[in-house]
Design a binder for this molecule. Structure first.
Ligand SMILES: C[S@@+](CC[C@H](N)C(=O)[O-])C[C@H]1O[C@@H](n2cnc3c(N)ncnc32)[C@H](O)[C@@H]1O
Length: 350
C-alpha cells in the first residue's frame, strides 16, 4: 500500500503509517531541515522539496511517483491565516495549501486519505470550514468522517488533541475511528515516558551519547527498541534566575503557583508549566521555553520531547536545536498515526 505524505515535516505521520505496514513512497515539504530528518529516518521513501504553493506542484509529484499507484494520501497542512471570505469562500488564496490536498486527491484518486489539523479548525467560522471540507471531498466520491482525538488514548504520554478527517472511497465503506487503547486513569505519565534518561543538569551531554540506566517501564522499553546510542539528549544551560523560578513550581503546576512577584516575565496560560510525573505532558509545541521537566529544573531535551511524542529513540533529529524543536512539535505522534493507519488498512483493497 503506497502512501504520499503532503506537508510531511520530519515524518511523524509517515512513521505511524510505516509502523502499520504501509510503504511511504513520497514525503513532500519545503523545509530543508525537516526533509533532511525525513530522509535520514525514512530510508525507503523519497523526501522531496516541493513548494505546495506552486501551481506545478502536482505535476512534480506525479513525476516523482514514477508510475507508482497511490493508495492513501496523508496531509497535515498548516492552517495559519486560514480564511473564509464571505459565505463559504474557501477559495481564498490564503487557503491554497489546504486546497492542494483536494488537488492531490482529485489527481491521484487514492482509496483513502487522512488530514490532520489543530482542533480549533473544527469550530473555525462556526464549523463552516470543517463542513466545507467534508462537502468538497464528498463531491469527489469519498465518505468523510472527522473526530477530535486525544493522542493519550492511543498510548502517547501527551494530552494532544487533534482534528482528524478520514475519507474512504465510497464503494469501500465509512471509516470508524479506532477505539481508545487506554482510559484516562491508565494514561502513560511523564516518569514512565522519560524517567530512564540521564539527568543532563551538570553534564549537558552530546548529540550522540549513551544511556546510563536500564529502562523501568514498558513504554521506555518500547521507545528504546534496539537503540544503543542515545541521540538528541542534550541539556540546556539556564540562568540561576530561571532555575530558581522553576524550582518553586510544584509537579503539574504553572505560573499561578509562584509566589507574588516571582516569574512575572511570563504570565500566559502555559507559562512556567512543570510536567507531572504521573500524568501525560501537555501538548508539545514548536517552542521550548515554557514547559519544564517533572523533577529537574530545566526544559526537556529534544529526546524527551520526542519520547512524549512517541518517536522511538532510533529516530534521529537533525538541524539546529530550534529546527529540531519545530520538527518534533509539528509532528503527528507516530503511535496515533499508527492507530489510524491500522484501522484504515481494514477498509482498503489490495
Ligand atoms: C504541521 S507540519 C506537518 C507535520 C507532519 N505531518 C508530521 O507528522 O511530522 C506542516 C508542514 O508543512 C510544511 N509547509 C508549509 N508550507 C509549505 C509549502 N508551501 N510547501 C510545502 N510544505 C509546506 C512545513 O514546513 C511543515 O513541515
Amino acid at each position: 500500500m503506497n502512501v504520499i505524505d503532503l506537508f510531511s515535516g520530519c515524518g511523524g505521520l509517515s512513521l505511524g503509517f510505516q509502523q502499520a505496514g504501509f510503504h511511504v513512497a513520497l514525503g513532500i515539504d519545503n523545509d530543508a531541515a525537516a526533509l533532511e530528518t525525513f530522509r535520514r529516518n525514512h530510508k525507503d521513501s523519497v523526501g522531496a522539496s516541493v513548494d505546495l504553493f506552486d501551481a506545478a506542484a502536482m505535476d512534480r509529484i506525479e513525476e516523482l511517483l514514477e508510475g507508482q499507484k497511490v493508495d492513501v494520501i496523508v496531509a497535515g497542512p498548516p492552517c495559519q491565516g486560514f480564511s473564509l471570505t464571505g459565505p463559504r469562500k474557501f477559495d481564498d488564496p490564503r487557503n491554497k495549501l489546504y486546497l492542494r490536498v483536494f488537488d492531490a486527491v482529485r489527481r491521484f484518486k487514492p482509496q483513502g486519505f487522512v488530514i490532520e489539523n489543530v482542533r480549533g479548525m473544527a469550530s473555525l467560522y462556526g464549523g463552516q470550514v470543517k463542513d466545507e471540507i467534508i462537502r468538497r471531498f464528498t463531491e469527489l466520491g469519498y465518505n468523510v468522517v472527522w473526530k477530535v482525538v486525544c493522542a493519550a488514548d492511543y498510548g502517547v504520554p501527551q494530552l494532544r488533541h487533534r482534528l482528524i478527517f478520514v475519507g474512504i472511497r465510497r464503494d469501500l465503506g465509512t471509516f470508524e475511528f479506532p477505539k481508545a487503547k487506554l482510559t484516562p486513569d491508565h494514561y502513560i505519565g511523564c516518569r514512565d515516558a522519560i524517567g530512564d534518561l540521564p539527568t543532563r543538569v551538570d553534564d549537558l551531554g552530546a548529540e550522540m551519547d549513551s544511556y546510563q540506566e536500564a529502562p523501568f517501564s514498558d513504554y521506555q522499553k518500547l521507545m528504546r527498541g534496539n537503540a544503543v546510542v542515545l541521540a538528541n539528549h542534550v541539556g540546556t544551560k539556564h540562568t540561576e534566575h530561571v532555575k530558581n523560578v522553576i524550582s518553586m513550581v510544584p509537579p503539574g503546576g504553572n505560573y499561578k503557583d509562584l509566589p507574588p512577584g516571582v516569574g512575572d516575565s511570563r504570565k500566559f496560560h502555559v507559562a512556567w508549566t512543570r510536567y507531572h510525573p504521573d500524568r501525560p505532558s501537555n501538548t508539545i509545541d514548536t517552542g521550548h521555553r515554557n514547559h519544564f521537566h517533572y523533577a529537574l529544573n530545566r526544559v526537556p531535551t529534544i529526546r524527551e520531547f520526542a519520547r512524549l511524542q512517541s518517536f522511538p529513540d532510533d529516530f534521529v533529529f537533525t538541524g539546529t536545536k530550534t529546527q529540531q524543536n519545530r520538527q518534533v512539535g509539528n509532528a503527528v505522534p507516530p503511535l496515533l498515526g499508527q492507530a489510524i493507519a491500522e484501522q484504515l488498512s481494514k477498509y482498503l483493497k489490495g
